[in-house]
Write a protein that binds this ligand. Sequence first.
Ligand code: SF4
Length: 358
Amino acid sequence: MAWLLRPDALSAFDNEEIRETIPRYVDVARGGRRPLFRIDQRIFLNGDDDPWRSHEEGLRIMSECLTEGECPEGTRERGQRSLLEVKISLARSLVSECRLCEWKCGVNRLEGQVGVCRVGAPRVASAFIHMGEEAPITPSGTVFFSGCNFRCAFCQNWDISQFPESGSPVDAGRLASAMDELRGRGARNVNLVGGEPTPNLHVILEALNLASEDFPVIWNSNMYMSEEAMRLLLGVVDLWLPDFKYWRDECARRYSGVLRYRETVTRNLRMAHNFPPGEMVVRHLVLPGHLECCTKPILGWIAGNIPNVLVNVMDQYRPEYRAGEFEEINRRISREEMREAYRMADELGLRWRSVSLP
Ligand code: SF4
């Protein structure tokens, strides 16, 4: 099948800024290197009374070999489990008293209880090849999970994010088949999004263990994962695609209904950045009237803490869903505001041009 590619998508992998900032992702997308979840399947760990200790040992091995170049092909000995299998069993234990995200609801989702996100068994609203993501990501094999742990007043996917019962139920086998099919149809990656992928982490890891195709895994998320869930994602996610929406916690509470936003998201961005390969495209949606309180300090934090990442300074804000309830954000972003946001990004030396401009 022939795809109508965005003109910049084909050449994106030859763009110098992209080759320099996300080289491993580019190689995996082209089929030249193994995705991280395949390496997880080849690191074998001895049984340990404390599975988290086993997991940390697996991460240590992985971090070392990724830093040195490539990881060896291990062979399983009697009684050993792969790092991916250890991650799966730890994720299931997190879901049984749910601590997948920073809400830490403590409900047993394996027995049908639901927490703040109201996500029960995972459901997928749609899975298709997305032609409108950032150039190096397009064409992208997007999997939209129903439900979200945020309540963003301006959500553009509110019919998916705020209705966890929408879409079709998926188990690990069906999800693995959907991922394989997307890659088989020409997707550069599998892009896990929603709503929010976090409440579905346990099934996503199981699906990766069943998948036949090799593909880079993209985590397209609000980054409100708990620290434990973050550790499980390290060494699985080939390219992070995090939102960094707010700097002021008051803005996060007012528009998205979440607490301790900045502390949680900056911790998780640091963790993602510090574990190899640490490749990411940070998305910052510029909100009307929020240049001083949010955009400026966010871009400054990125420049000071995770300076070598790609940043998408986004102008796509539209006052959708319940945005009309807040007069100050009930308008499009102005040209002057966007010019100022780009000027700030330039002044800070951020790498934003190859993924921000249409
Ligand atoms: S994913 Fe988050 S919001 Fe949902 S039940 Fe678990 S801890 Fe609560």
